[in-house]
Design a protein around this ligand. Structure first.
Ligand SMILES: Nc1ncnc2c1ncn2[C@@H]1O[C@H](COP(=O)(O)OP(=O)(O)O)[C@@H](O)[C@H]1O
Ligand SMILES: [Mg+2]
Length: 223
């Protein structure tokens, strides 16, 4: 699914240069479930941004399904994100003025899906995360766990090849955390996704097929 070769990402803040990823080389096969762990500031979110085609490396190459993301133009990256990559964040990132149903439908607009099909697919996606009854609710009328379910439905409604999750349970209480991780794992199994999840929860990480540890921009496999 992904091949990273010597991927380096640096950020410049005033006179200071931060190396967020340092010559990362990595192969992620189709369908793998990968857990990413490591200290704050280690480079986890930066790696996810690269995998999510949200940003390009400073040097090195990332190929995703034969697309070279490091060399691709903005419109190619936008297209890849719209079609192939679903992303879930710690803070849900729902649009507060739209209902759950509308938030999920939004993901299908860039794909040119017509109004009626958007509505049906969004309803199905909400049902698949257990929210059949909540389509008409605004995010503020939903619990944190329910909002994250909406975000997961929004990420999956496009039928992506990859689901990326950056600390998806970081803002949730313990019991809700388990529910969300169970849901992500269920989706991974049922949909044959590649699932890449940043998590501080070691129990979750142990359930993944593969664990990566990132510190100071260096990535290594954990045995
Ligand atoms: N947009 C940015 N501008 C400047 N520095 C950044 C930016 N994003 C991340 N960094 C820096 O890059 C390093 C890695 O950050 P990040 O990938 O967010 O780590 P993690 O997700 O593991 O906490 C940190 O030192 C962080 O301060
Ligand atoms: Mg982070």
């Amino acid at each position: 699914m992904y091949t990273l070769t010597d991927v380096t990402k640096t950020y410049t803040q005033g006179k200071r240069t931060v190396v967020a990823l340092d010559k990362v080389s990595l192969e992620i096969p189709d369908g793998q479930m990968v857990a990413i762990q490591g200290p704050t500031g280690g480079g986890k979110s930066t790696l996810l941004q690269m995998l999510g085609a949200l940003d390009r490396p400073s040097t090195g190459t990332i190929t995703f399904r034969s697309n070279d993301l490091s060399a691709a133009g903005e419109s190619t990256l936008t297209g890849v994100r719209a079609t192939d990559i679903g992303i879930v964040f710690q803070s849900f990132n729902l649009i507060p003025t739209l209902t759950a149903q509308e938030n999920v439908e939004m993901a299908l607009v860039p794909l040119g899906v017509g109004t009626a099909e958007r509505a049906t697919r969004a309803r199905d996606a909400l049902a698949s995360v257990g929210l059949d009854e909540r389509g008409g609710h605004l995010p503020s009328e939903l619990s944190g766990g329910q909002q994250q379910r909406v975000a997961i439905a929004r990420a999956l409604v496009k039928r992506p090849a990859v689901l990326l999750a950056d600390e998806p349970t970081g803002a949730l209480d313990e019991s809700t955390r388990d529910e969300i991780m169970d849901l992500l794992e269920k989706m991974w199994t049922e949909l044959g996704l590649t699932l890449i999840v940043v998590t501080h929860d070691s129990a979750v990480a142990r359930r993944a097929q593969r664990r990566l540890h990132i510190k100071n921009g260096h990535v290594k496999d954990v045995a």
